[in-house]
Write a protein that binds this ligand. Structure first.
Ligand code: F6R
Ligand code: MG
Ligand code: MG
Length: 366
């Protein structure tokens, strides 16, 4: 049986009122391009949306991961979207496209990529997350909870098909190295890495029993690639659920706690990750606080059935209220740590440009 591939490729190619909201004209242009690709049978199906100023292309096909044609299609949609953004003088037009030409694989060129290929089960529910104003490490804690914490995922304790645990692939985004760790056996070592959210990030998760893919995250760190601040990486993730994976409700449960993540204003501040419906995926206050939305799909012979807007649920109202309260508390620190990111993280922002001027002013302390 031919496997189905889901490719979620995203980029910020321009938005309205600053780094706020994708303009419908960009989404329309992407729609034209992906519609044609579907008619030509390169894609089985697609869904286009945005989280804040990021345009997300959710595509299904039979070509496997890292496929040149699929990546080229996404690149084409983003460059055409950039043209639209330029015509409308949208803010940050083409911001995430680090090159003028496509070179075979979109990875390393600016856009974020999360992909997975699998043989469809009789029914295959998938949750796709999209964030704005944060970075890939924002998924560390929630994914750990989903796939390793019995207080979040009851199935780890109760259901024999999850009971053997999951393998986590971790990327060291500073050293460009990776390691795979087995949970629950190596849980403490795993957490020792995952706690450093700016450096160690979860790339993939597999079920230990049969090595079946369970989750995939975009781990591109735009600022590390460009060597300077060009916006945060606003990650996406694909998570499979039910029948041997965490249930849909277990997949979204970790986001009830709005944990602190790096990002927000100028990519330079810690703030709570607020779970929101698509209509509220527009970070306004102080360009934030960081947002996450969750789209629930059923995959049917490659077709994307859905999405269900999963955080459009009053049961998350308290999480949002808590996130607002934390946002208020953090904001009161102004430009001081720990609201502002620590010094090593500020290296990739515009702060070094300011500090450079002060260099000559320092004298030795005797
Ligand atoms: C954060 C973000 C915004 C901008 C801020 C300043 O990821 O995109 O908070 O950093 O609006 O933008 P510029 O420097 O373009 O005026
Ligand atoms: Mg932007
Ligand atoms: Mg963004």
């Amino acid at each position: 049986m031919v496997k189905t591939t889901i490719s979620v490729i995203k980029a910020d190619v321009g938005s309205i009122a600053g780094h706020g909201l994708v303009h419908p004209a960009i989404l329309k242009k992407c729609e034209e391009i992906l519609k044609k690709a579907k008619e030509e049978e390169l894609l089985i199906d697609y869904y286009i949306t945005n989280c804040g100023d990021d345009t997300e292309l959710i595509m299904t096909h039979k070509n496997g991961e890292e496929n040149e044609e699929i990546h080229k299609l996404a690149w084409h949609a983003f460059t055409e979207g950039t043209q639209v953004a330029k015509e409308l003088k949208l803010y940050g037009a083409g911001q995430d496209l680090l090159s003028d030409t496509f070179s075979g694989n979109i990875k390393g060129m600016g856009p974020g990529v999360a992909e997975m290929e699998f043989k469809e089960r009789p029914s295959d529910p998938v949750v796709i997350f999209a964030c704005d104003k944060t970075e890939p490490g924002a998924f560390n804690m929630p994914l750990f909870k989903m796939f390793a914490d019995p207080f979040t995922t009851a199935g780890l304790v109760i259901d024999p098909s999850l009971h053997n645990g999951f393998n986590f692939e971790i990327f060291d985004v500073m050293e460009h190295k990776k390691v795979t760790m087995s949970c629950p056996d190596e849980m403490y070592d795993l957490v020792a890495l995952l706690g450093t959210i700016s450096r160690y990030v979860i790339k993939r998760i597999w079920r230990r029993d049969d090595n079946e893919i369970a989750a995939s995250v975009s781990t591109e760190r735009l600022n590390l690639m460009a060597g300077k601040y060009v916006g945060k990486d606003d990650p996406v993730a694909i998570v499979r659920s039910q029948s041997g994976f965490p249930a849909a409700g277990e997949v979204v449960e970790p986001f009830a706690f709005p944990h602190l993540v790096g990002g927000w204003m100028r990519g330079s501040h810690n703030g709570p990750l607020m779970p929101v419906a698509h209509k509220n995926a527009y970070p306004v206050r102080f360009d934030g606080p960081p947002r996450i939305m969750a789209m629930g799909f059923q995959i049917a012979e490659g077709k994307l059935i859905g999405p269900a807007d999963m955080f459009d649920d009053p049961a998350y109202d308290r999480s949002r209220a808590l996130a607002s309260e934390i946002a208020e508390y953090m904001r009161r620190h102004g430009p001081f740590e720990p609201h502002r990111l620590p010094a090593d993280e500020m290296e990739y922002t515009t702060l070094p440009g300011v500090l450079e001027k002060l260099k000559g002013r320092f004298e030795d302390i005797d």
